[in-house]
Ligand binder design. Sequence first.
Ligand SMILES: NC(=O)C1=CN([C@@H]2O[C@H](COP(=O)(O)OP(=O)(O)OC[C@H]3O[C@@H](n4cnc5c(N)ncnc54)[C@H](O)[C@@H]3O)[C@@H](O)[C@H]2O)C=CC1
Ligand SMILES: O=C([O-])CC(=O)C(=O)O
Length: 319
Amino acid sequence: MHVAIIGGASTIGSTVAYTLATKDPTMDISLVDKAPEPAWAHAMDITHSKYHGTDAPVDERTAASYGTVTGVGTDEMSSIDPDLVVLTAAAPRPDDAADRGVRKAELEANRAIADDVATQLQSIDPVPVVVLTNPIDRITYRLWTQLGWPREKFIGYSLSETARTAHAIADLQGVHPSRVSCPVMGEHGEGIVPIFSRARVGEASVSLTPEQESEVLEYVRDVPFEIASKRGAGETSRWVTSAGVAKVVRSMLSGETTSPGCLSTPLSGEYGFDDGCLSVPVSVDSTGVTAIHEWELADTEYERLVDAFESVRTDLETL
Ligand SMILES: NC(=O)C1=CN([C@@H]2O[C@H](COP(=O)(O)OP(=O)(O)OC[C@H]3O[C@@H](n4cnc5c(N)ncnc54)[C@H](O)[C@@H]3O)[C@@H](O)[C@H]2O)C=CC1
Ligand SMILES: O=C([O-])CC(=O)C(=O)O
């Protein structure tokens, strides 16, 4: 399997590449970036890391199954034949990168990048594209409309919220986060919609007060920016993001249909929404999104979803 990461020299792209290479040494990975030298440098470093990551020396047959990690410029996109593309290309982060509104503020600069990437991708056959470039709901939509590939190919990555929500609920319930599940729909940003009606600790449903729900919401909205402010504005949450993206990519390329969770995808009537992207529960396989599941939601959850969609649509009108 071959994954091309466009914006592969980025903090997030290179960390996704390292995580994928560590979890699956057989994968071929191309780091494609408008800056070919750092792309090459990350690729070389990750290639060396595989020596220790795979407990070398290994036998000849195992070694022959290992994939390559390469770094190239965007002008080489047409010579790459990926099974899946991950998009992490982005404009330099603004000075207020640790402010909560920054994802939306990135729209104008990253829209131009999405249009450039659409041109790069015209040179290959349609494959699934997992978009990380913020604001993902708008950028995923823009890429879809610019490229014209089937909507099933477009997935915006928003799964970090599920991990953050699980941690916040675990704190309130006094349990280990790994025991908690609570899907998160909506916008990757202020308009996240944790589906508290489906929150569970193990098999047991969880009942939170409205104050506790607000606490969870605020934590999930705030924590990536708290992390960015303490690390330095150029740094985002690379660890949870790369682990989540690796989960999505590996489950898509596993050869089976799986449901990794809620991901952003173009909607055509689902949940009553048209012409925009939001995170919704999906099934995926190596071809892209195979099903969008329409869950019964609590009234407050659906109202939050409507607000999130309106916010996305309002921004799309400006493009
Ligand atoms: N969806 C999510 O959960 C997350 C999304 N992000 C987003 O991921 C994006 C990347 O963030 P960082 O890794 O910090 O970025 P970065 O600033 O480290 O790197 C951006 C890269 O994009 C490349 N690039 C710019 N224009 C390009 C083009 N037209 N074609 C190819 N490459 C191009 C640059 O050369 C650079 O290597 C941002 O939009 C960020 O907000 C970050 C964390 C989580
Ligand atoms: O805003 C950012 O760049 C970081 C981000 O999306 C996240 O960690 O969820």
